[in-house]
Design a protein around this ligand. Sequence first.
Ligand code: ADP
Ligand code: ASP
Ligand code: MG
Length: 428
Amino acid sequence: MSLIVQKFGGSSVSDAEGIKRVARRIMDTKAAGNDVVVVVSAMGDTTDELLDLAGQLTDDPPAREMDMLLSAGERMSMALLAMTIDGAGEKAVSFTGSQAGMMTDAVHGKARIIDVSPQRVRQAVDRGYVAIVAGFQGMSPDSNDVTTMGRGGSDTTAVALAAALNADVCEIYTDVDGVYTADPRIVSAAQKIDTISSEEMLELAASGAKILHLRCVEYARRFGVPLHVRSSFSEHEGTWVLPSEDDKIKIQEGEPLEQPIISGVAHDRSEAKVTVVGVPDVPGKAAEIFGVIAGAHSNIDMIVQNVSTAGKDKTDISFTLPIVEGKEALDALRDAQSRVGFEAIEYDDQVGKLSLIGAGMRSNPGVSYKFFQALHEAGVNVDMISTSEIRISVVTHADKLDDAVRAVHAVFGLDTDVEATVYGGTGR
Ligand code: ADP
Ligand code: ASP
Ligand code: MG
């Protein structure tokens, strides 16, 4: 008998029909002789709607209350799913994050898991129940408060439970058939990837491909949890994320023996660009600026330093950070302006990041040339550049991002004739 953790995202449970479809899928898995633990997200765009609602009431909601609010979305869907399964004659019981033993630190909105003790989940499964756990939430044993783990965090709940319960596989059910070479909502010619190394999946997720939460990929790699990303709307085999580098990709007959140079293109609209203008060009100033940003708990991504338009002996420092962290970072910088001695701050949230990812880049020269040539031909102006061994990223104007993704996808020969299916969701 296998233990399977199945995670269903918001688009899979967006209405009563969706919840019934998911319930049937879970019951089929159970009927096939498996134990099933389910992790569920909030219905449809509930989390965004709750955020909008809070925004209509206050500019600055307390982080604790925000977590109380957002965690309610997952509680609704877990209870609805449990009663649907119960109504169909199978035993099911739902648990909040804290009841399922998801212990986190006390950082509201982006809490990190410190311990997982799913005794109640284990007992329920042993007694023949389908255990349904609310995704993306936990509890801090320090503050005794409910926490949430950041947008898309239900994937991480699922993998953390799979690791703690020693599950055979963690299945992530969503609204597309797996991980594609680009977001199928933007590139209809994108191809489904059958197997991907966790190294490449990490880069894709870190570059904004929201199909998997970055921390879920890290967690799965660390604990060796096999991940299978697939659609809850079809029976198709999805994408397997190979848990460790030791797992060799199985080569099918007729396939080339070398790994493909490029595994995919990712994009990200969730970041903003900050430019600190006219920074005195003396040692220590960059450290002061990034010290201020670190104090505001912001995660910086790309950094560029340029000769300043403000004159000689000055420099401009630009960096990107998540839009949701923009306000706090800007407030902190403004407070530090006279001490650090820079002249102005510019903020631009109409930017997009595009990343090209592929482990084969390491040993194939000419990838950058082809990449920048494609952007040039598509009329895309590049604002910032960063690279790793297996990734090239650029920041462009947000309006140009979709064209840029399609141009790069095509130039590396990733386009296929079969149109990718998007079964649901609003892409929000
Ligand atoms: P869920 O609600 O199931 O968690 P998400 O909306 O978080 O689903 O993630 C699924 C979406 O991720 C897809 O609908 C697709 O638009 C987007 N996506 C972005 N990049 C990719 C990619 N490389 N492959 C597949 N889907 C992607
Ligand atoms: N409901 C949360 C969100 O929309 C968590 C998740 O879906 O994974 O971000
Ligand atoms: Mg998601």
